[in-house]
Design a protein around this ligand. Structure first.
Ligand SMILES: *Cc1c(COP(=O)(O)O)cnc(C)c1O
Length: 487
């Protein structure tokens, strides 16, 4: 097996600190006490805290090893589709943690937080410019919450107009959060199968769009990595019936500053700052899912909004039709700071270039693997490409087998079995931050895995072989997670 990144060297076993401790070990030496000892009554630590005795080196090695147990974008390529696991410059983390920013109190008066308000105001303008939309709310803390915010605004919009609209059209390739967000706002999801070429077909939208339908939730580029060919036709149909178009913009990495989303006919769009705009995605850390809207929806935006008054900035609350707050204070502010720094450090031309390189890299992987893996839709792809295990089924090798084998080569597996419309899907999003050398190593490793499916399929059924833990029973791991140290 060829050596991929980060897979040579030792794999260390690490017990719990309680198992490592030995009575009497200590991290420091104290001089002998020269005063009489006294009992510690009513001590703050109680009387029964069971802490292990450990030396300094025990503790340092323990935590350093644990810090290396996890695979991360800082250790290797992480080509999860529909996730944009790209490398984010550390400088932005540093700027977001500068004391004047990180320690600023969110309850400070407007006059005392002019810098923060300016940052919010300008970031809204940047995101509006990048997407072509009119106004932005930075409050939502995740993509799914951005969707929910947009759906709440749709509901408020129709209430204001006195219209009863109970349904919303959602293509079958949409992220699972779309129907959930719609349902939380009282809309019933009407599923829309994608057409034979992987696109949403206008005739199918026309067949479902009526006076009781609030509109459509459209992901573009869609979750097959394809740019919706008929996006303008689709949004025209929805508008003709008085509906609204929601755009799921989590996949913005392919089109930053290149596609004018408003001109595509989108009325509300959410962005995942924690995918595209320099906050790491995954791991449950803070995120931000700003919502960008057209003028017609501005009255319904969450409050408070930041406005500019001459040279100063202030929070404005008196919007009678607003859906109200969706997050405490200003949303996840540190994420907003990182996005602001990213946009300023890149500039308009380089943001476009980043998207172009993301598309180029996905296209490169697609072309390099299409001879050995079945390509689900043979169309030009955007930020990601979708294959399947169709060609390997004769050898009884599945997508799961190949994904697990990639771990032995030092790669995080791509997204698998999603979107559901492609049986055995393998969805690869390399992102713009991988060099050609790293892409070539990934491609070579994947080809090696595929070759093994005919020469030694049994080995693939047992993959991964190199990590500390082998193939897990995934259902049991999810239902009965074992969170203690002994495996
Ligand atoms: C990631 C993603 C979401 C959800 O974003 P979260 O921040 O995880 O809630 C929604 N839609 C698409 C297409 C996505 O890729």
């Amino acid at each position: 097996m060829s050596n991929g990144p980060g897979i040579s060297g030792l794999i260390l076993d690490e017990p719990l600190l309680w198992e490592k401790g030995k009575p009497g070990r200590t991290g420091f030496s104290m001089p002998e006490s020269d005063v009489p000892s006294a009992p510690c009554e009513g001590s703050w630590y109680g009387d029964g805290v069971d802490l292990p005795d450990l030396s300094e080196v025990d503790v340092i090695r323990h935590y350093t090893r644990l810090s290396q147990y996890n695979f991360a974008i800082d250790t290797g390529m992480y080509p999860l589709g529909s996730c944009t696991m790209k490398y984010n410059p550390k400088l932005h983390e540093k700027l977001a943690s500068l004391a004047p920013i990180a320690a600023a109190h969110p309850l400070l008066e407007d006059e005392l937080s002019q810098g923060m308000l300016r940052l919010i105001y300008e970031l809204k303008q940047f995101l509006a410019a990048i997407t072509g939309m009119d106004q932005v709310s930075l409050q939502p803390a995740a993509g799914a919450q951005g969707e929910l915010t947009a759906m709440l605004m749709f509901a408020a919009y129709f209430r204001k107009k006195g219209e009863q609209r109970t349904k919303i059209i959602i293509p079958d390739t949409a992220h699972g959060t779309n129907p959930a967000s719609a349902a939380l706002c009282g809309f019933t999801a009407v599923s829309l199968p994608s057409g034979p070429r992987g696109y949403v077909e206008p005739v199918d939208v026309a067949a479902r769009m009526d006076d009781q339908t609030a509109g459509i939730m459209l992901t573009n580029p869609n979750t097959l990595g394809l740019f919706e060919e008929s996006v303008r036709e689709i949004t025209d149909i929805v508008h003709r019936h008085g509906g609204l178009v929601y755009g799921d913009g989590a996949n913005m990495n392919a089109v930053m500053g290149i596609v004018d989303i408003k001109r595509c006919g989108v009325d509300a769009l959410h962005l995942n700052l924690h995918k595209t705009f320099s906050t790491p995605h995954g791991g449950g850390g803070p995120g931000a899912g700003p919502v960008c809207v057209v003028d017609e929806l501005v009255p319904f935006l969450p409050t408070p909004v930041v406005e500019k008054d001459g040279d100063s900035y202030r929070l404005v609350d008196n919007l009678p039709d607003s859906i109200g707050r969706v997050h405490g204070f200003f949303g996840n502010f540190s994420v907003l700071v990182k996005a602001y720094c990213y946009i300023l450090s890149m500039g308009p031309e380089n943001l476009k270039k980043a998207s172009q390189l993301a598309v180029l890299n996905a296209g490169y992987v697609k072309e390099a693997l299409r001879d050995v893996l079945h390509l689900a839709f043979d169309r030009p792809c955007m930020h990601e490409c979708v294959f399947s295990d169709k060609l390997q089924r004769g050898d009884k090798v599945t997508t799961l087998d190949m994904a697990k084998a990639l771990i032995d080569h030092g790669f995080h597996p791509p997204t698998i079995y999603f979107p559901l419309v492609v049986p055995g899907a393998i969805m690869i999003e390399p992102t713009e931050t991988e060099s050609k050398d790293d892409l070539d190593t990934f491609i070579a490793s994947f080809k090696e895995v595929v070759a093994q499916s005919s020469t030694d399929p049994e080995a693939l059924h047992e993959a991964p072989r190199r990590p500390k833990l082998r193939r897990l029973d995934e259902t049991r791991a999810a239902r009965k997670p074992k969170l203690t140290g002994d495996m």
